[in-house]
Design a protein around this ligand. Structure first.
Ligand code: SDX
Length: 428
């Protein structure tokens, strides 16, 4: 097996190293190409370009494989908890029991946010989108923890910044929801574990602890675990490139939240429910809407379908679809949009347009149906995606820093005007 690629341009040959990953993925290292040949490569949207070497998450899009630090997502979703998976992603190994207890205790010491941050919550219009609020609030943490701005922080100092963000995110997310209702916020209870505490702050009341159905708590763990990381997706690449300028963790994550907001990315889980509701209100005619999705003159796309990497199925969608059935059955909920979603999936999987383009349900297709069954409003769905993705973003940012990766600065091919002289305004 060759470890070099040979590129020939205008009679000149250039040897380029071939990189092989631990799962036998192959890449041509072009980092010296421009120095050698004067050429750069062009790959709009980075569909064929690797940005880094990472040891965190492995995806195999052809075979629907997703591993966090080598552990199959199916096993983690079945056996693990969200905080344990967060530890695994950030620190690289499954924690021993005492390590996890210490980690949980450390997190519990930092769940409060500065009281002055309440002024930010009060400043948002009551119906402003939660993702805009989340991005602003997470970025604002750097104002309250200026020590996080030091790019030369010790490992211990950097870890405290990481722990503070992990600990405060559920508080911020739940307070955004409570403020949207005009309800008083609920303070974290440090005797509760991460997910239970989040649900208590979100759905509980000030005076008493919420009675949580174990089905709901387990479903929340599964959803957060499934969203925890996904290698170099749009928002994670944003976190890494912002962090590569030595911007602090809060600013980097705030940027990632903004990238996730887009309906082509994490915002799809909200767009899916809105789409399913439209189809239901339009009479539930799946065939009509599939035709719209296939019509190039129609801007409508089948939200929750398709993926840049997965070309057979998204393993997360399979797990979430099963959890959908379980949770709705156990909660005695009959959500008509679930039937519409299943009809759409069935029809699309037998439609040449979708089959030829390898378009299958992705993580966002069914997740909103569970979030809704758990009691969350539609505009909070992408915020929940961000809550789940936080440990992955942190792990990727930390890896980029540990590997001392250079500031991200892609090249381009200029296609604008060639040089021309200035013309006085009266002569234009
Ligand atoms: C996430 O990258 C990640 O890992 C992301 C994510 C993560 O965990 O971080 O998995 C989370 O973002 C999941 C994706 C959520 N987005 C959606 O569900 C939005 C709907 N899907 C798409 O817009 C689209 O499929 C993307 C954005 C997901 C992928 O886009 P690509 O890879 O750039 O593919 P493309 O737009 O070039 O589409 C290829 C063809 C085109 O048709 P042709 O021009 O070849 O004729 O497929 C068509 C597209 O028109 N197509 C769709 C479609 N998705 C692609 N047609 C109808 N409905 C769709 N949903």
């Amino acid at each position: 097996m060759s470890d070099k690629a040979l590129l020939t341009i205008d009679g000149n040959s250039y040897e380029l190293p071939i990189i092989t990953g631990t799962e036998q993925e192959k890449a041509i290292d072009i980092s010296k190409l421009r120095d050698q040949s004067g050429y750069v490569t062009l790959d709009t949207g980075f569909k064929n370009t690797g940005a880094t070497k990472s040891a965190i998450t492995f995806l195999d899009g052809e075979n629907g494989i997703l591993h966090y630090r080598g552990y199959p997502i199916e096993q983690l979703a079945k056996n693990s908890t969200f905080l344990e998976v967060a530890y695994l992603l950030i620190y690289g190994e499954l924690p021993k029991e005492q390590t996890l207890l210490d980690f949980r205790h450390l997190i519990s010491r930092h769940t409060l946010i500065h009281e002055d941050m309440k002024k930010f919550f009060d400043g948002f219009p009551s119906k402003s989108h939660p993702m805009g609020q989340l991005s602003a609030l997470v970025g604002a943490l750097s104002a309250f923890y200026p020590e996080s701005l030091n790019p030369n922080a010790t490992e211990e100092e950097e870890n405290l910044t990481i722990v503070k963000l992990l600990a405060k995110m559920p508080t911020i997310v739940s307070w955004i929801y409570k403020k949207s209702l005009g309800h008083p916020v609920i303070y974290p209870r440090n005797n509760m574990n991460y997910v239970h505490n989040f649900l208590q702050m979100t759905f509980g009341q000030i005076t008493e602890e919420i009675e949580l159905d174990p089905v709901i708590v387990r479903a929340m763990h599964i959803l957060l675990i499934l969203h925890a990381d996904h290698e170099q997706n749009c928002s994670t690449s944003t976190v890494r490139i912002v962090g590569s300028s030595n911007a602090n963790l809060y600013a980097s994550i705030s940027a990632g939240i903004s990238a996730l907001w887009g309906p082509l990315h994490g915002g799809a889980n909200q767009a899916v429910i809105e789409m399913l509701e439209s189809i239901k209100n339009d009479g539930g005619d799946s065939a009509k809407w599939l035709a719209k999705a296939k019509d190039k003159n129609d801007p409508f796309r089948l939200m929750g379908f398709g993926h840049r990497v997965y070309k057979n199925f998204d393993p997360r969608a399979k797990i979430i679809k099963k959890a959908c059935d379980d949770v709705l059955e156990k909660l005695g909920i009959n959500d008509p949009v679930l039937d519409i979603a299943k009809q759409l999936e069935e029809a699309a999987l037998n439609d040449p347009y979708f089959v030829e383009r390898k378009l299958y349900p992705n993580v966002d297709f069914y997740s909103g149906i569970i979030y809704r069954a758990l009691g969350f409003p539609t505009d909070m769905f992408t915020v929940l995606f961000a809550l789940g993705r936080l440990p992955g973003w942190i792990a990727q940012w930390k890896e980029m820093r540990i590997n001392k990766e250079p500031i991200g600065r892609p090249r381009q091919i200029y296609v604008g005007s060639t040089p021309r002289d200035y013309v006085d305004i009266e002569k234009r």
